[in-house]
Design a protein around this ligand. Structure first.
Ligand code: HEM
Length: 184
């Protein structure tokens, strides 16, 4: 197990790994909450999981901003992404970062513009306007679900490709994010 804090040529440091797996857990919860919402809406199970959708989403947004800043700080140290397939992977990673900010971002804009109070993480965040601000609620209603599903689809592709690299092409990429190094 590599215990370096910062990222390096052969893998990711402890900080990046903690961000990665913590966000993976929160995003798994988000995925379960929305799948239950569209399949068995209005059941105790769906209500339980969706009950944490707002708080988890706000936490994901905060972590995405911090993780993005940490990623930029470590950019020149990270394993190189020079081959065409690695460039494509880097593009997908940037798209996921962007959606991790935009998806909860438009939901929060909608909550801000709404006529109802909004709370998350046990805190009251917005009071609710007397009359709804239509462009704000419209933005969320039009884009949140669509981009949310796009993000979840990209994450499925990301998991499949990590598996293909490791198992099919015998490039031990997953180790970089678990043990912290692709070296034995
Ligand atoms: C990265 C974080 C998030 C992801 C991946 C995500 C994903 C999704 C997805 C895919 C749906 C669509 C479900 C359907 O088709 O019915 C949805 C619905 C919803 N989300 Fe999120 N969400 C996130 C964060 C948030 C946040 C922060 C809020 C609150 C501010 C929120 C509020 C809602 C609401 C109210 C709905 C139901 C209405 C709608 O479909 O737009 N979400 N979410």
């Amino acid at each position: 197990m590599d215990t370096r804090l910062m990222d390096h040529r052969h893998g990711y440091g402890l900080v990046t790994r903690t961000f990665h797996w913590l966000m993976a857990l929160l995003l798994l919860w988000q995925a379960v909450s929305v799948v239950l919402r569209v399949t068995v809406d209005d059941t105790p199970l769906a209500d339980f999981f969706f009950g944490y959708h707002f708080s988890n989403g706000v936490l994901i947004l905060a972590l995405a901003v911090l993780r993005g800043a940490w990623g930029l700080l470590n950019l020149s140290r990270r394993p190189p992404h020079d081959r065409p397939i690695e460039r494509l992977a880097a593009l997908a990673h940037v798209a996921m970062y962007a959606l991790l900010i935009v998806v909860p971002g438009v939901a929060l804009i909608r909550a801000f513009g709404s006529d109802r109070a909004f709370s998350a993480l046990g805190l009251s965040i917005f009071e609710g306007h007397e009359t709804e601000i239509e462009w704000m609620t419209g933005l969320g209603s039009q884009w949140h679900g669509l981009l949310g599903w796009t993000l979840l689809a990209l994450i499925v592709g990301h998991i499949v490709m990590a598996w293909v690299h490791t198992r099919v092409w015998k490039e031990p990429l997953i180790r970089r994010m678990t043990r912290g190094s692709d070296q034995e």
